[in-house]
Design a protein around this ligand. Structure first.
Ligand code: FMN
Length: 359
């Protein structure tokens, strides 16, 4: 049975929990969707044929809703890949980085919803005015490429206020049910989880990347636009490693003056060279100095303890969030508890809902 939440407008649109990034595979996406979440397939560095193939494989594995994700960064064409995605059929198209407004009509005409990741309230307002259906508010604690520099606690409520009643999903260091519960209390309709799913069994990354996340503490990441920007000069948060330590020891120099710049430290799965400071992470098939690569991860690493099947991660986080929210209703005398909260918590039993509030 799917455990879940039945409280937000988002849950009327989606059935949810999302890992995202090149580490996503059809197997992982389907596992998350089959567990009641919204699996998300990332199309970074994928051409239109890849998009068709990955979506067809995913459709073979699940009948539940799932989404496709594009990073708009001016490095890959979008039109043919988006057409491939819409032809193959997804419920949601998610965009990150550049503003995706020229695609709103096309996505809607195909019957899909459009989701866009923002890092501030003004960007959220613009997105909604342009027809975006769901906002992802990404706090700067997040792993991978990070759009803004505001932490979730400050960002989420202002984005929620700015675009209400449009659903807002919270992203950034949510790695357990406590984080999910907190995000819901700040007004989110769901949560988008990345780093924790990198440690799922299905994640298509080298096992050493998963181990590094599990062994990292909350201080073990760095957000910078000056380190792992080879191939894409954007700010991103990754695990601290020998590349970062040597760069900091050299005084955190600008691009062009960094120690070991141009040095090939690994081979990509296709045999191509991967230089130090590349934005390529240790995905499956990459060999060489994997520790020195960009092992993208959010500050929630301190909460991640083991490798698990993706479906177990969805269930564990959801069940813990329900428990935490139930406990919250005991923080004051029942006579003083607002009816709305008591009713809300009562509704969140596994037995009464088949919808999940995690994205
Ligand atoms: C390994 C990795 C790859 C990512 N790749 C993408 C991507 O391709 N597209 C995207 O929109 N976001 C990507 N992200 C960022 C996530 O969408 C999300 O904002 C972030 O993971 C949330 O923070 P968390 O990692 O602390 O859970 C990636 C994150 C990680 C950790």
């Amino acid at each position: 049975m799917t455990h879940g939440f039945a409280t937000s407008p988002l849950c009327d649109l989606l059935k949810i929990d999302t890992p995202i990034g090149p580490a996503t595979t059809p197997t992982m996406t389907a596992a998350v969707s089959n567990a009641g979440g919204l699996g998300m397939l990332a199309f970074l560095r994928r051409d239109a044929d890849d998009v068709h193939r990955l979506l067809s494989e995913t459709h073979d594995l699940t009948d539940r809703p799932f989404g496709g994700n594009f990073i708009l960064r001016g490095l890959e064409g979008t039109d043919d890949r988006l057409d491939a995605c819409l032809e193959s059929g997804v419920d949601v198209v998610s965009f990150h980085w550049d503003e995706p407004y020229e695609y709103v009509e096309r996505v809607h005409a195909a019957g899909a919803l459009l989701m866009y990741t923002v890092g501030d309230a003004e960007a959220a307002r613009r997105a909604v005015a342009a027809g975006v259906d769901i906002i992802v508010a990404q706090g700067w604690e997040a792993g991978g490429h990070v759009r803004g520099d505001v932490a979730t606690m400050a960002l989420l409520p202002v984005v929620v206020d700015a675009v209400a009643p449009v659903p807002v999903i919270s992203a950034g260091s949510i790695a357990d049910g406590r984080g999910m519960a907190a995000a819901l209390m700040l007004g989110a309709d769901g949560v988008w989880i990345g780093t924790r799913f990198v440690t799922s069994e299905e994640a298509d990354v080298d096992p050493s990347y998963k181990e590094r996340i599990i062994n990292a503490s909350e201080t073990g990441t760095l957000l910078s636009s000056k380190v792992f920007n080879g191939g894409w000069a954007a700010g991103g948060r990754a695990l601290r490693n020998n590349t970062i330590e040597n760069w900091e020891a050299a005084g955190s120099p600008e691009v062009g003056e960094r120690p070991g710049e141009g040095e090939v430290i690994a081979k990509a799965a296709d045999g191509g060279p991967v230089e130090r400071y590349s934005s390529i992470a240790s995905y499956s098939g990459v060999t060489g100095d994997l520790e020195g690569l960009s092992n993208w991860a959010g500050q929630g690493v301190g909460l991640i303890k083991r490798v698990q099947p993706a479906a177990d991660i969805v269930r564990e986080i959801t069940e813990e969030a329900i428990q935490v929210l139930r406990k919250a209703s005991t923080l004051w005398r029942v006579a003083d508890a607002p009816d709305s909260l008591t009713t809300w918590c009562d509704r969140m039993t596994p037995e009464t809902s088949h919808l999940i509030g995690a994205l």
